[in-house]
Design a protein around this ligand. Sequence first.
Ligand code: PAF
Length: 310
Amino acid sequence: MNTLILGPGAVGRLLALHLATRSTNADSVMLVGRRPLPRRQTLTTPTGQTFSQEIDSATAATLPAGLAERAEIVHLTTKAYAAEAAFEAIAPRLAPDTPLVLWQNGYGVQPRLSERWTGPVLCASTTEGAYLDGDTGAVHAGRGQTVIGDLAGRHARLAGHVAAHLSAAGLATGAVDDIRVRLWHKLAVNAAINPLVARFRIRNGQLRDRPFRPMVETVIDEVAAVMAAEAIPAPASGWSARVWAVVSATANNRASMLQDVLAGRPTEHDAILGPLLAAGRRHGLATPVLAGLNARLVDASPAAGRVTRD
Ligand code: PAF
C-alpha cells in the first residue's frame, strides 16, 4: 500500500518504521514534514532491540511528482493545532477518494476534516507510548492499543482493513463502531490531567496529593457534567475512577502538555479544552475551572504558527 505519513513526530515515525518493515517494492512509505530527515531511521523496541530502516522523507514542496497522486492512504500524525494546515498543503494533489486517518488528540480536527475531505476519514485513538530519538529514530517506550473508526459509521470495512494492516505491522489495532465516544473519553482524561500538571509543573502522580487532589475532582465534576449533556456515556467505573486509574498508571510521567510548556511549544489546549468549553456553552453549563485553566494555557502558549515544528 502506498502510504503517506504527514507529521514525522513520535507517532508518525513509529507508524513509518512499523509499516516500512512490511512494505515491498510495489508499495512505499513516505514521511512528510517541515524538513527532510536522514533516510536511515532506527526503531528501538520496548525490549531495547534496535532495527534500522530506510525511510524516504520530503516536505510538501519537495514531494516527488506523482507520489501524492498515487497515495492509497494518508495518515495525519501532526499535533492537533498543526493538522489542518499540514493536510491542506498536500490535499489538492491527492485523489479525491484517498482514505485519511486522523491521529490527533482531542475532538476538533476530526469532525471538521470528516466534513470537509471528499474521501473516507477514519479517526484513530492510541495508547502506544513513543518518543523521538533525535532526527534519526523513535523509541517505542511501551506497547499500547489503537482503535480506529469513522464518526458516521460509514466505513467499517475500511476501518477493519486498516486495523488489520497496522496489526500485521506490529501495532495492535482494532476497528470500533464508537470512535466518537472513545475520542471524548481520551479527551476527558486528558482534560483532567494535562492542564493541571502543566500549570503546576508536576508529574502526574503528584495530582494525588494535596493541594492538587481536590482540584482534579473539581475538573472531573465539570467534565462529567459536559459529557452527560453531550450524551457521552461515562466509563463503567465512573469518571473519577477512570481518571485516578490513569494518574496511577502514569504516575511518573511528565504529561504531554507539561512537556510542551517546558519546551516553549504551543499546547493542545484548543483541541482538549476547546470542545469541552464549547459544549458547556451550548448546553448552558458553567465550566469556570476549565475556563480558567484554558485562559492560563492561552497566555502561556506561543502561537502555533510562530513555532517551527516537524
Ligand atoms: O498527554 C499525556 O501525556 C497522556 O495522554 C496522559 C494520559 C495525560 C498521561 O501522561
